[in-house]
Design a protein around this ligand. Structure first.
Ligand SMILES: [Zn+2]
Length: 194
């Protein structure tokens, strides 16, 4: 069956080749289809690694801040509960969902999808549906960028020590970005057509 793919960059229409490897847009040269070998194994190992780094990033302190001799540690959980303690209950709830719950469910759904697909279970479709929906709502990457901007701003008058969980958060965001940008849900849905 011939399939038409719209280029995300120039919106040009491209006819997908029969058994395509990586295919470029005929108009602007952007990648419109990427053939990824052993996709189930890759998504299984990447989403499993993401879950481990997620656990470290969320459970441990990201950094220690010292201002005027007073030192305190800050974790993702702390920043969410601080919001609620300051009276921003709704914002704290939204932060909990997009920074803690959805990133966890998102990586778990992808990991479960890979396991179900590898074991030939029909539940793979349900897990992929959940992943396709949740991936838009996982926003730890935005949290990381905001945290870096805030750190640069307060670094003039505070002593900041980065902890190991901050490194775990960076690795988690790199894995998630790779999963979002390179392994598109369309490729995963194609696995179910086989
Ligand atoms: Zn194009």
């Amino acid at each position: 069956m011939k399939k038409i793919v719209i280029c995300e960059k120039c919106l040009g229409k491209n006819l997908l080749k029969e058994s395509p490897y990586t295919q470029l847009c005929g108009r602007c040269g952007a990648v419109i289809y990427r053939k990824i070998e052993a996709l189930e194994f890759k998504t299984a190992s990447l989403s499993f690694s993401a879950l481990i780094f997620y656990a470290a990033a969320v459970s441990m302190p990201l950094l220690s801040i010292e201002i005027n001799g007073k030192s305190s540690q800050l974790s993702v959980f702390d920043s969410v509960s601080l919001l609620s303690e300051s009276g921003y209950v709704l914002i704290s709830l939204i932060a909990f969902l997009i920074l803690i719950l959805f990133p966890f469910l998102n990586s778990s759904a992808l990991f479960l999808f890979s396991l179900f697909k590898l074991s030939g279970s029909s539940k793979a479709k349900e897990a992929l549906k959940l992943y396709t929906y949740l991936r838009k709502w996982s926003m730890l990457d935005i949290f990381l960028i905001s945290a870096i901007v805030a750190l640069v701003k307060i670094s003039d008058y505070a002593f900041i020590e980065i902890d190991i969980a901050f490194g775990a958060l960076v690795v988690f965001v790199v894995i998630e970005t790779y999963l979002t940008k390179v392994i598109k849900p369309e490729y995963l849905w194609e696995l179910l057509d086989d």
